[in-house]
Every structure is written in C-alpha cells, then in structure tokens.
Design a protein around this ligand. Structure first.
Ligand SMILES: [Zn+2]
Ligand SMILES: [Zn+2]
Length: 239
C-alpha cells in the first residue's frame, strides 16, 4: 500500500477562510502518526493583506522551532500565480526565508484562459528556482498541454502535487490528476500527496490521492513525501 508521512499542503486561521491553529494541526499530525507538517497559508492574493502576509511569512523560521512535539514543521506558503506570465504574489526576499513554496492558480486571482496561456504559466513556474511544488494543477478550469509541461517539470526538478481536496470539487480533477500522475510515472517526475486541509480533521487525509495512485500502480519511490528524509532531500531551501 502506498503511503505518505508528511502533509505538504495545509492551512491555518492565518488564511482567513481556514479554521484551525498551527498547534491544533500539529497535534492532529501527531495523532495521525505523521513525521512532518508543512504550513502553507495563502499568500496575499487569497490572504488577509500584504503587510500582514510579508511579516507572517518572513518571521516563521525564526518564531517556530524546527520540531514541535516531535513533528518537523516546514515553513511554507501557497503562493498565487497572479498573471499569465506565471508571476507570483510574494517577493524573492520572502521566498528565501521559507522551506517550501507551492505555486497555485486560483480563480479569484488569475483568470482562467486557454491552454496557450496556462502552458506559459507553467513553463515560467517550472523555470522559477523558488518554486518547489506545483499546486493542484489538475484543476480543469486551467487546462494545459499535459505531456509537454510534465516533461518540463521533470527537466526543472519540480514536484507535482496530487491534492486530495481537489477530487470532489475542482472541475474534472479526478480525470486530470489521473492523467497527470500517469505522465509523472512515465517520465519519473516526483509527486507529493497532500490534504490541502482548511480544518484540523483533514490533516493527513491523503485517501483520495493515494487510492488513485494505487489504481494506476504508481511507484512509491516517486512519492517524495513518503519519508521526511526524501522530502527534505528534494527541497533546496532545506539543504
Ligand atoms: Zn490552492
Ligand atoms: Zn491550499
């Protein structure tokens, strides 16, 4: 059976539309026998305001210990793609203070367009050295040329997220994620499975993602968050 021991995408009350504290999430991670938890609140585009966000993300590494109750805490952000050039809504000076950066497209921030624009977004994100994880790219509102872009993620050593929250509510997510995962398997692209929890009860919930990956006989060794060591080895800012 496939497994993952670190939740690489979670939100706290700092995201405003999420409802648990970091400490509550940490206790839940411990209960679920995870070894690590990435706290990846939304950047300004979907968060409470730029000033708050910059100081919030900028102080995390200083304020939060590396381990809390035995859980490795990865300080991160879910940055928003803000335009069809793949620009993000936080500066490099903030990214360099973090362990893990997810780049995601959200309908409230970047307008869905055609696959030409979405290909350009992901081409530029692939080349962005500060981005570690490609967030929920199976969202059917942002179609892109899967084969070409997944190969590019391999070339630039990006991690492709298989987001468990996407399956029930993002357009065609189940079918798209399956197709994307099959290409990751074909080209040897690393994936992370994540809960994208907005409430404590969802921490460590990878069921939808792992079930789909099992169905396609996905190799465990490409799931980068199977162990803490393999995840850390894939994050340049944790070296
Ligand atoms: Zn998101
Ligand atoms: Zn999220």
């Amino acid at each position: 059976m496939l497994q993952a021991k670190i939740d690489t995408h979670t939100h706290t009350i700092a995201s405003i539309h999420a409802y648990s504290t970091l400490l509550e999430n940490i206790y839940a991670a411990k209960e679920k026998k995870l070894t690590g938890l990435a706290v990846t609140d939304h950047a300004p585009g979907l968060g409470p305001g730029e000033t708050f966000n910059k100081s919030y993300f900028g102080n995390m590494r200083k304020a939060i210990p590396e381990f809390v109750h035995g859980i490795r805490i990865l300080k991160g952000v879910e940055a928003n793609v803000i335009d069809h050039e793949g620009n993000l809504d936080l500066p490099t000076s903030t990214f360099e203070k973090l362990d893990i950066v997810i780049a995601s497209c959200h309908e409230k921030v970047v307008k869905p367009a055609s696959s030409i624009e979405h290909d350009r977004i992901w081409e530029n994100i692939a080349k962005n050295p500060w981005v570690d994880i490609i967030g929920h790219c199976g969202n059917g509102n942002y179609p892109f040329t899967h084969d070409k872009i997944i190969k590019l993620f391999k070339e630039y050593d990006k991690i492709v997220e298989i987001n468990s929250s996407s399956f029930p509510y993002r357009k065609n997510a189940r079918q798209n994620c399956r197709e994307i995962a099959l290409l990751c398997k074909k080209y040897g692209v690393k994936v992370s499975v994540s809960s994208d929890a907005h409430f404590v009860t969802d921490i460590g919930n990878f069921t939808e993602s792992l079930t789909m990956l099992e169905e396609i006989d996905f190799p465990q060794e490409l799931i980068v968050n199977r162990e803490l060591e393999t995840l850390l080895a894939s994050l340049p800012k944790c070296q």
